[in-house]
Design a protein around this ligand. Structure first.
Ligand code: ADA
Length: 554
């Protein structure tokens, strides 16, 4: 994780007021006295406000002077921020970090921070979160808030420090240092506590490239991290990184030259009791469960992951697909200029913030957008260009559910299919399980075509719903889900075309309470978890653990 000096946490218990069904104007927000309490991080609608929509007004005080930077790692569905009665700006995209920098004046003083967070659904085409998304739109300040004190008189300091591994064997890598404003300063770079270089930084960027022979590589088997510190006289930034490179050609996705063949999980960073404000202990135990099951891959569905989770994945050696927020967006949405601008903005923030995490091996966008439409193709093209420009070191993808009808697969570095044979694909047959191998073989054959043959292929979702405790053997039973899993595992073991599988889903997750789709999601839950929402195993989980146990490769 990238850390800046003089940064403190503003997490804790803030005052809180809830305005049902409305998004109050500035004067009303600032005039509202919070008689309740709101945990930060926390979701306000997991407990007594479950299912309610409106605006939560959070407030607390802090002291400071000079240039200050407030950082919100993630709020939902959107927010507005004030210090005293000055509006600092909006928190437009859920799950996405925003910073606000301002001059608090020469004298140390107490200030009031007010954040109005709305979970009201915005159904205009430009909205980043819609009611039809199959994950619940919880509201709250659900990721950490920090205050950074910038020491320079003009508010200058580090904006970013990005490390790119270039050649693992030679220990060759590049450091890009970005400043908030132009500097002329001596920049000291320290690697794992030893001085690496001293360079004269001029302007807003400084580039260093060089070799440190013998620098230990990062891999899932040996996830060694290095710490880089950048210092100018008035500021200091620190980041961890790992020495690993990625390549994607000849149908293979390789890490440090070794082709990957992985089994993994799609996971929502959510729990019924906490919404998206996942306690660290729960994140750690989820990741441990995934690894203990024999999996090495995590698809962070369907939004930016927390800094904490990615730090854990870096340390544990879990490989991550990180994607910006989207779900089944229609051609109309994909073509909407406001939607496009917001997608670009959140995707840019994702890459900027998570660039240094070695665990992130794949950038994704727009899960299951209408990729049969020209509008879908265009927005994918725009987002992929942005990603390639910001980070040529990682492949890009999106999870397609249009398969053979898709008109955007050629734009992807890695092709990813969300596939539901035996479940959505074959609703009219009593037993759809025998369809699994037939359908996956058809997809594999389709992807041998010359235009796709060189691109690695991942099954980015596959699975079936199972109600824990249903042992009827029919659809919705644990047995039916388990039989589908057995078929997929066999396909994955035998296939030379498929690089990896991400099960849909690690654990059940809260979803629709109101949209018409609730009829497909009993209990307001997506029930395709291999674990229940409280992380209790269904049959398929046990089978997965048994079949993966002792496998040397992945
Ligand atoms: C899609 C979607 C998932 C989930 C899944 C399901 O593939 O990408 O987010 O909604 O369907 O369970 O229906």
């Amino acid at each position: 994780m990238l850390k800046f000096a003089r940064t403190e946490s503003l997490d804790g218990v803030w005052s809180f007021a809830f305005c049902p069904e409305s998004e109050p104007e500035e004067s009303q927000v600032l005039g509202t006295i919070g008689h309740g309490w709101g945990a930060v991080p926390g979701c306000f609608d997991t407990g007594s406000l479950l299912g309610k929509r409106g605006t939560g007004i959070y407030r607390r005080s802090f002291t400071g002077q000079g240039w200050l930077q407030l950082r919100f790692e993630g709020v939902g569905l959107r927010g507005r921020v004030w210090v005293d009665d000055t509006f600092l700006g909006g928190l437009e995209a859920p799950f996405t970090p925003y910073e606000f920098t301002f001059d608090a004046g020469e004298k140390e003083r107490e200030m009031t921070l007010t954040v109005a967070v709305s979970n009201l659904l915005d159904e205009t085409p430009g909205s980043l979160f819609h009611e039809f998304y199959d994950f619940y739109g919880f509201g709250g300040i659900y990721r950490p808030v920090t205050l950074r004190r910038l020491a320079a008189r003009d508010g200058n300091g580090f904006a970013n420090v990005k490390v790119t591994p270039l050649e693992v064997a030679a220990g060759r890598f590049r450091i890009e240092t970005e400043f908030r404003k132009p500097v002329q300063a001596a920049l000291r770079l320290t690697l794992d506590g030893t001085l690496l270089a001293e360079v004269e930084a001029r302007g807003t960027q400084c580039l260093w490239e060089g070799e440190v022979p013998g620098l230990a590589p990062w891999s899932p088997e040996s996830p060694v991290l290095h710490t880089l510190t950048a210092e100018i006289p008035q500021d200091r930034a620190e980041t961890t990184f790992g020495m690993r490179t990625l390549s994607w050609r000849h149908g293979e996705l390789s890490l440090n030259g070794k082709p990957l063949k992985f089994m993994g999980m799609c996971r929502h960073d959510s729990h019924p009791e906490f919404g998206y404000a996942m306690p660290e202990s729960l994140v750690v135990s989820d990741l441990q469960l995934i690894q203990e099951a024999g999996c090495h891959f995590l698809r962070g569905a369907h939004y930016m992951q927390s800094d904490f989770l990615l730090d854990c994945c870096d340390r544990m050696g879990l490989l991550v697909w990180e994607e910006s927020c989207g779900w089944g967006n229609t051609a109309e949405q994909c073509g909407d200029p406001a939607f496009r601008a917001r997608q670009r903005e959140q995707t840019r923030r994702m890459v900027e913030r998570h660039y240094n995490h070695p665990s992130v091996i794949l950038w994704g966008v727009l899960n299951e957008c209408d990729s049969t439409s020209q509008e879908g193709r265009e927005i994918l093209d725009q987002l992929f260009s942005l990603l390639h420009q910001a980070d040529p070191s990682r492949p890009v993808t999106f999870a397609s559910n249009r398969h053979e009808k898709d008109i955007a697969l050629d734009l992807c570095d890695v092709i990813a299919f969300n596939s539901y044979p035996g479940w959505y694909d074959d609703p009219m047959v009593v037993d759809g399980v025998p369809r699994v191998k037939v359908r996956l073989a058809e997809q594999a054959a389709f992807l041998q075509a010359p235009e796709y043959g060189d691109k690695p292929w991942i099954i980015s979702e596959i699975g079936a719903s199972a109600m824990a405790g249903d042992h009827s053997g029919f659809r919705w039973s644990e047995e039916y889900q388990e039989r589908i899993l057995q078929e997929v595992l066999t396909f994955w073991e035998e296939s030379t075309r498929c690089c990896g599988v991400a099960w849909w889903l690690f654990a059940n997750v809260n979803t629709y309470l109101g949209a018409p789709m609730i009829l497909l999601k009993p209990r307001g839950m997506n029930n395709k978890g291999l674990l229940t929402e409280y992380r209790l195993p269904k049959m398929a989980w046990r089978t997965l653990c048994r079949r993966l146990k002792g496998r040397p490769d992945f």
